[in-house]
Design a protein around this ligand. Structure first.
Ligand SMILES: Nc1ncnc2c1ncn2[C@@H]1O[C@H](COP(=O)(O)OP(=O)(O)OP(=O)(O)O)[C@@H](O)[C@H]1O
Length: 306
């Protein structure tokens, strides 16, 4: 049975006339990784702050871990770990000293958790190095370790890969996926860049101007954004035979209109065409089609509007 970790209904936050978050109703299940995607100012941080108990909603409700009226809200909030905006470890201290201070602040009795989490995020060997000398990626990983100190069931991470170099992005992505798979932690993480978050999340929530524009799973996102070569030829059977035997691929689908969608060789369209022509298959249509992640995001959010 799926376990609901979070349900919001009509969640709204107004600052004066402005609706930073506007009537947001979302649902999150245990062990999944939710990517909250939106441009700057879309309302991601405000939504995460409300979920984490750091901001009070103007309207709407938040139910955490199937919360009921009997249980104090503080008890539910204690089951959330957050890294919102830039992580705030103490720069003059080492990673371990930061872990120690946070453990005491959070009232976690077991000192072993410090080493265990530093190992988990790959910072166990940083010794006497001060955090002010850490790279941004190391700081983000320390921020995640600090957020994990009280063994949260829901982890809320605001832009955890923002500003990281490609290697840093890969490291943090892997860490987040492992947390979900190995520890069953539910993760909500935000980004303004869909391609950057792609494949880290199992589910995507696309927001724009405070409102949810679209929610979809990774598989649905893939189906929406798969790029392909669209090929038409007078003899479809001959075309597919040449793709199979001449090109050695079976990554294609024959569509009802008899056109063929080839999903391999996207970066090598020229050799596809050459192979076809050599085998005397003369395409009447041959074009790359489908949507990129970026253009899908722009379409959903209506960006590019005036
Ligand atoms: N404390 C505040 N007072 C007034 N307006 C605010 C406050 N916090 C946020 N806003 C406004 O609400 C809107 C949403 O802001 P928010 O920070 O949630 O967006 P975001 O998607 O996290 O953007 P970014 O990626 O730039 O952090 C913005 O227009 C912002 O200016």
């Amino acid at each position: 049975m799926t376990e609901e970790v979070l349900v919001t209904r009509g969640l709204t936050k107004r600052y004066g006339e402005q609706r930073a978050v506007d009537d947001v109703s979302i649902r999150m299940e245990r062990g999944r990784v939710y990517g909250l995607i939106g441009s700057n100012g879309a309302g991601k941080t405000t939504l995460m702050r409300m979920i984490s108990g750091l901001a009070i909603p103007t309207a709407g409700t938040i139910s955490l871990f199937g919360s009921d009226a009997e249980r104090p809200r503080q008890q539910d909030l204690a089951r959330i770990g957050t890294l919102i905006e830039t992580p705030t470890p103490y720069g003059a201290m080492t990673a371990r000293q930061n872990m120690h201070v946070h453990r005491l602040i959070r009232g976690v009795p077991d000192p072993n958790v410090e080493t265990e989490l530093l190992e988990l995020v790959g910072l166990a060997d940083t010794g006497r190095k001060r955090v002010s000398n850490f790279s941004l990626g190391m700081r983000q990983r320390l921020g995640i370790a600090l957020a994990l100190i009280s063994a949260p069931e829901l982890l809320v991470l605001d832009e955890p890969v923002n500003g990281l170099d490609p290697a840093g992005v890969v490291e943090v992505r892997r860490l987040i996926r492992d947390l979900a798979i190995e520890r069953g932690i539910t993760v909500l993480l935000s980004s303004h860049n869909l391609p950057e978050l792609y494949q880290t999340a199992t589910d995507y929530i696309i927001v724009d101007r405070g409102a949810v524009r679209r929610t979809l799973t990774l598989a649905e996102l893939d189906a929406q954004t798969q790029r392909f070569l669209r090929i038409e030829a007078p003899d479809t059977e001959r075309l597919t035979t040449v793709l199979e035997q001449g090109l050695g691929t079976s990554d294609f689908t024959v569509m009802p209109d008899r056109s063929v969608r080839l999903t391999s060789h996207l970066d090598d369209a020229e050799s596809v065409l050459r192979t076809l022509v050599r085998q005397d298959v003369w395409p009447t249509a041959f074009s790359p089609e489908g949507e990129s992640l970026e253009s899908f995001f722009l379409t959903v959010t209506g960006a590019g509007r005036s």
